[in-house]
Design a protein around this ligand. Structure first.
Ligand code: GLN
Length: 487
């Protein structure tokens, strides 16, 4: 078995059979990171000694009789997750020396499950971006073509799976940041229903939209990871109190009878021909496997990007102002008043995209504009959620493209924010509605770049979605492909 391309289930079996130890497995990935990371810039922080010590702990847990599907398997964390004793930068200069004194709940839970922290991966600054070009630590390169972006904001997460520098990673998705990079780098990633995974210790971007999720090669791997990540957390007031569930319970369920809704708004102009061809071929495969397709409509989805770019910056500007205060509070004497302090600390620390968002956010929340922008956007948000409720009356899952194009070249969209924002046109409505969504590889488009199929489930439909994805992956091998020369 080739360890670097193995499924989590196979890695788990190899660890249980003592074919490999957790220390050896982490060592293998650390060696690859050392060799390949300079080409991709996926990892911001690697600490071999710390990782190997943690791996040794997991070997000791196993020797003491513990078992578990993830015990001893390494994974990398998006640098948005506070990780005790590790530099946690969130892609920002503001946090270039912030060593977190505590673990995010997601990090704690994955450690409890026995996973070993391989390092911290690069991302757009404060998760604002779709290309990783806003990271203070330099952009991440797409392993399928280093002249192209890996997507964003979880671009380091996506590139590290695509280059097989890690078998699993964490990501976060506020408007598409798990699904769009998963699509552009040819991997599987899932954004859960809002409230299923704790946001405690995950640096906030837009609190009512942010949700953490797993990214890996396959749906089966994502189900295992989600089982460990999900669950009620009293330290997150929006965390949902629900019974524990096995997100892998539908993996074996055949597709016969599954009704797939195809929103006509997702198949109109705006999607590139190569993406359309791959998505249509995937739908044919689903029909061949026994699923049926039905046209549905999400009439307000065209308003999702404008509504998002009111709501997300509004929430971000309040979050970041508070954050500024915390970071620069101790130097308050240097400033004439609070406003001055914010202005100066922002000028010192934030990159251009973050500054743009803070300005938009302050504007749409300000007196006289609140009703015209913020309140209206909130109403659109409700209409979008209602559209989905209607659609799910006639289908079990919704399918469409994850991104309108394959990975674009560096610089292609960075000069025009609206073009960049439109790369999330198919993902944002899901966040506004709080629904789960995922992207899985479904073929290749122009220049041999990966294409992702998006599945959207009803609220708490993760298991159903993962089942539908896994059945497709049993019949296809797109998810096993890696860029040439890397396996
Ligand atoms: N690309 C979107 C943005 O820039 C979404 C980012 C995300 O999901 N974190 O806001």
């Amino acid at each position: 078995m080739k360890m670097i391309n193995a499924s989590l289930k196979d890695l788990s079996a190899a660890l249980a059979a003592k074919q490999v130890s957790a220390v050896e497995l982490s060592g293998l990935f650390l060696d690859r990171i050392e060799k390949f990371n300079p080409a991709y810039n996926a990892f911001v922080t690697v600490d071999r000694a710390k990782t190997l010590a943690q791996a040794a702990e997991m070997d000791a847990r196993r020797a003491a009789g513990e078992t578990g599907p993830l015990l001893g398997i390494p994974l990398a964390h998006k640098d948005i997750f506070c990780t005790e004793g590790w530099l946690t930068t969130c892609g920002s200069k503001m946090l270039n020396n912030f060593v977190s004194p505590y673990d995010a709940t997601v990090v704690t839970k994955l450690k409890q499950a026995g996973m070993v922290t391989l390092g911290k991966v690069n991302m757009d600054e404060f998760a604002m971006g779709s290309s990783n070009e806003t990271s203070h630590y330099g952009s991440v390169k797409n392993p399928w073509d280093v002249n192209r972006v890996p997507g964003g904001s979880s671009g380091g997460s996506a590139a590290s799976i695509a280059a097989r520098l890690a078998p699993a990673v964490t990501g976060t998705d506020t408007g598409g940041s798990i699904r769009q990079p998963a699509s552009l780098c040819g991997l599987t990633g899932l954004k859960p229903t809002y409230g299923v995974v704790s946001r405690y210790g995950m640096i906030a971007f837009a609190s009512s939209l942010d949700q953490a999720g797993p990214m890996a090669k396959s749906a089966e791997d994502c189900a295992l990871l989600l089982n460990a990540m999900a669950g009620f957390d009293e330290r997150d007031s929006t965390s949902l109190q629900r019974d524990t569930e096995d997100y892998g319970r539908d993996l074996v369920k055949p597709l016969a009878g599954l009704r797939i809704g195809l929103p006509k708004e997702f198949f109109g102009p705006g999607m590139d021909d190569d993406v359309r061809a791959a998505v249509e071929a995937a739908l044919d495969q689903y029909r061949k496997l026994g699923a049926t397709t039905v046209e549905v409509s999400l009439p307000n989805s065209g308003l999702s990007v404008p509504a998002y770019y009111v709501i997300a910056p509004a929430e971000a500007s309040s979050n970041l102002s508070r954050f500024d205060g915390v970071r620069y509070g101790h130097r308050a004497a240097e400033y004439s008043d609070l406003g001055d302090m914010y202005a100066k600390s922002r000028a010192q620390g934030f990159g251009a995209e973050v500054k743009r968002r803070i300005l938009i956010g302050a504007y749409v929340l300000s007196h006289g504009y609140y009703d015209a922008y913020y309140l209206k956007a909130q109403k659109i948000r409700r209409l979008i959620a209602n559209d989905f409720s209607e659609a799910f009356k006639v289908c079990d899952v919704i399918a469409g493209p994850a991104s309108p194009s394959v990975a674009f070249k560096f610089g292609e969209k960075s000069a025009d924010p609206v073009q960049m924002y439109l790369s999330d046109i198919y993902t944002i409505s899901t966040n506004l509605a709080g629904l789960p969504g995922m992207s899985l590889p479904c073929g290749f488009g122009k220049d041999n770049m990966p294409v992702g199929l998006q599945l959207i489930g009803p609220w708490f439909g993760e298991a159903k979605m993962l089942g539908a994805a896994h059945q497709y992956q049993l019949a296809t091998d797109w998810h096993t492909r890696a860029p040439e020369g890397l396996l």
